[in-house]
Design a protein around this ligand. Structure first.
Ligand SMILES: [Zn+2]
Ligand SMILES: [Zn+2]
Length: 243
């Protein structure tokens, strides 16, 4: 009866539930995987079934998208999350990222909300569509960019949460924990240090091997030796700093 009196009530209810999910999504790596893997697959299949893309299109454009992701990651982190610009949007980004720095192992502070990542993805797709003059063709670099984004989320999660997987990621673990615990104005790359190298934000040479964790936050931390409790050989704060 309610639906008959208010035909859009159920639509509004569904939209509100969707919005609530986008903003308060579960803190699990499976959420971005479940959303973005089908989108990347659809982007490739759209091109394969509608056109006959060349090998260059099928390989080169996604690889280009992967490279673009590393640049997006660098600039979002350095100029967005750590920006000193005084606008509501930038302050909101900075506040959310500050919470991750304050509580780096909190899974609720590791993954980007879909309410943020989806609009950013749409914006980049729009820009690529203008550059390539074809939304369909632009979907191919977007597929690579999405894979780069998923790699970022999973690597970032593993760095802070997984003792099992970070043994395989030791250089990236060092790089990211330097950013967290030594100098927040360096080491912005998570999936790659490429743009830190290019823009001169790699660790200071004198600090690259020792003392990457601030003595004030983790007095016992040194690099190396390997620790039996940390398979990656990283001697971490037993609990990452919460202040
Ligand atoms: Zn982090
Ligand atoms: Zn940061």
């Amino acid at each position: 009866m309610n639906v008959l009196r208010h035909p859009f009530a159920s639509v509004r209810g569904a939209a509100a539930r969707l919005l609530g999910f986008l903003v308060h999504q579960p803190s699990s790596p499976w959420v971005p995987i479940a959303v973005y893997v089908p989108l990347a697959a659809a982007a490739v299949l759209w091109n394969v079934f509608v056109d006959r893309p060349t090998t260059w299109d099928l390989v080169g454009l996604p690889m280009g998208g992967l490279l673009i992701w590393t640049l997006v990651e660098y600039f979002l982190h350095s100029r967005g999350f750590h920006s000193t610009l005084d606008t509501d949007w930038v302050r909101g980004l900075g506040k959310s990222h500050r919470e991750h720095h304050d509580r780096p192992t909190d899974p609720g502070r590791i993954f980007a909300r879909l309410s943020f990542s989806l609009p950013v993805a749409l914006l980049i797709w729009g820009l690529l569509s203008l550059v390539l003059w074809s939304p369909k063709r632009a979907a191919l670099p977007m597929a690579g960019l999405i894979l780069g984004y998923l790699a970022y989320e999973l690597i970032h999660y593993a760095i802070h949460r997984s003792k099992t997987f970070r043994i395989y990621l030791r250089p990236l673990v060092r790089h990211h924990l330097y950013h967290h615990h030594k100098d927040e104005e360096r080491c912005y790359g998570v999936t790659s240090p490429l743009w830190d190298l290019i823009f001169g934000t790699m660790p200071r040479p004198a600090e690259s091997r020792t003392g990457f964790v601030s003595p004030t936050t983790c007095p016992a931390a040194t690099l190396p030796p390997p620790s039996p409790t940390e398979p990656g050989g990283i001697t971490p704060c037993s609990t990452e700093p919460t202040t």
